[in-house]
Design a protein around this ligand. Structure first.
Ligand code: SF4
Ligand code: SF4
Length: 525
């Protein structure tokens, strides 16, 4: 039903306005986009029913896929670990309900590459029976390391889209020293409203999660950043902070300019400080986490529940009743669309994520993953007809809107010319793939596609460089060892020779002494 396409939104469906800095600090560039969040916020949060089969991908986080810890035919309880992380920079996965592992297969997963991934297929038994839960007794007096371990064991990753393992991020940040925790509730992409819904409906769990994360990282205070148009959210969160009695949590409204929800941009808006190129917020003593991640942390620590579900916005003019659904990880996207009344007859494209940073899906059989914040169904009318790419006219529009202060036209030239060192020097790694340059380019150049390709190429080159450096190191170590062995052998030979020589001398001396004694005996006789 859904074909692949290069761009996910249209200039007609998203009105463009110029960035005009208003309050707090500002960041360079950005776009003011028309928001379409209201359509999915009109109904309260609903729970999606459990499907016939859950397809739980083993790779739902950055790093390597988890190692399966279950076998086909095995019975599992809700919350039981079914895939274990392979290294600290990856994540574990857990059973979203009780049932039987019916298979471990390759299946379409939601990834920009469109490739299939290994999934554990669970046939629910309808009992939805939890494993024995072991919440922490008193998190307020728990050691930060114990909190981080609990977060790690619960398979929590950044739910804002980056899916970086939270425990690892917190551990790295606390090593560097953090004074402020920033909870990001500013979803600047049009259509996506899952965080807004969460902040409205579960503000207490967000505040609790903030307090736990603050302790786990050793921060002195927390700032919860929300969009200035979220009046109801501000009220709900303020009440939750009051109820908690916390005096070190502040709620700050930020102007809704895309991509303000980006970690680096949000920090610049809140502090006026720029995260250095190639650096992290922790370089400035800050740690940024999504509000949904804070809720997952609160649940893991105080209830002992791992991350097995998330809120997904189902929206767009191609779906009958847009809304926000709390869905078990592994639920097929088709089930979510059915729960929202099904497709409109003119539904034309399925996108995972928002219209700016999302990517098209070829099928709605893909399961919900920890990264799936939005399922967008666009209709024929939303999609701009494919435009032929034209040469760059050097208008500079792309550089004007780039929030990372890059020169996209130049980056594009370097990548097309395979000039990888120049691309690196020009800051390709700092591109956050926000799509602003793509959006304004009058020549319809698919800049973000080139940047994604370029970044993957840099990763490949870095890994080759690392491999050859390791091989060189090994070779040099081997050569040094051989040389050492040679010298040792030579030394041993010389020692042996000397010992033989000394032995010979000794024998000669003994023989001479014996001879002398013999002669003396003969003379006395
Ligand atoms: S916006 Fe497009 S045409 Fe204009 S400078 Fe950038 S790449 Fe070239
Ligand atoms: S996609 Fe990259 S280069 Fe383009 S505007 Fe965003 S950060 Fe800048």
């Amino acid at each position: 039903m859904f074909g692949r396409a290069q761009k996910t939104g249209s200039k007609e469906s998203i009105q463009l306005a110029r960035h005009a800095g208003e309050r707090l600090h500002t960041f360079h560039g950005g776009l003011r986009l028309r928001h379409n969040k209201k359509i999915s916020c009109e109904t309260p949060l609903q729970r999606a029913a459990l499907p016939q089969r859950l397809y739980v991908p083993l790779l739902q986080h950055s790093g390597q896929e988890a190692e399966p810890t279950v076998e086909q035919g095995q019975k599992v309880l809700k919350g039981e670990q079914i895939g274990c992380y392979r290294h600290l920079g990856s994540g574990s996965v857990h059973a979203p309900t009780s049932g039987t592992v019916s298979a471990i297969i390759r299946h379409p997963i939601s990834h920009p590459s469109g490739e299939e991934g290994r999934c554990i297929v669970i046939r629910p038994d309808g009992l939805d029976q939890w494993k024995e839960l072991e919440p922490m007794e008193d998190w307020r007096s728990a050691r930060p390391e114990a909190l981080r371990e609990c977060i790690r064991q619960s398979g929590i990753v950044g739910l804002g889209g980056a899916v970086f393992p939270t425990a690892y991020k917190v551990q790295e940040a606390s090593r560097r020293g953090i004074h402020t925790l920033v909870l990001n509730g500013s979803e600047c992409e049009p259509y996506i409203s899952c965080d807004e819904m969460l902040m409205r409906e579960q503000p207490d769990s967000i505040v609790l999660g903030a307090q736990i994360l603050q302790r786990a990282v050793g921060a002195e205070r927390t700032i919860i950043a929300i969009e200035d148009q979220m009046g109801a959210v501000h009220h709900a969160l303020s009440e939750a902070v009051r109820r908690s009695g916390a005096l070190d949590i502040e709620i700050v409204k930020v102007t809704t300019i895309y991509p303000e929800g980006g970690e680096k941009q949000l920090i610049q808006v809140l502090t006026g400080l720029e995260v250095p190129s190639g650096g992290r917020p922790s370089d400035l003593g800050l740690l940024c986490q999504n509000v949904a991640t804070a809720t997952a942390v609160a649940r893991a620590v105080t209830e002992g529940k791992p991350l097995i579900e998330r809120i997904v916005t189902v929206s767009g003019s191609g779906v009958r009743k847009p809304g926000n659904l709390l869905a078990a990880i592994g639920t097929p996207i088709s089930d979510l669309v059915d729960r929202c009344g099904g497709y409109e007859p003119d539904a034309a494209r399925l996108v995972l994520g928002g219209p700016m940073m999302g990517y098209p899906l070829a099928t709605d059989a893909n399961p919900v993953t920890k990264a799936a914040n939005c399922v967008l169904v666009l209709s024929e009318a939303d999609i701009r007809p494919p435009q032929a790419e034209m040469p760059c006219i050097r208008c500079g529009e792309c550089a004007r809107v780039c929030p990372a202060m890059l020169l996209p036209q130049q980056l594009n030239r370097y990548i097309r010319a395979d000039s990888w060192e120049e691309s690196r020097q020009a800051g390709l790694r700092d591109c956050i793939e926000c799509g602003c340059c793509d959006f304004v380019c009058p020549s319809h150049i698919p800049l973000v596609e080139w940047f994604r390709f370029g970044k993957s190429k840099l990763r490949e080159l870095d890994s080759e460089k690392l491999k050859s450096a390791t091989a060189k190191e090994r070779f040099e170590a081997r050569e040094a060892r051989l040389e050492r062995d040679k010298l040792e052998r030579r030394h041993r030979r010389a020692e042996k020779k000397k010992a033989l020589h000394d032995d010979l001398k000794k024998k000669e001396k003994i023989a001479e002494a014996v001879e002398r004694a013999r002669k003396r005996r003969e003379e006395t006789e």
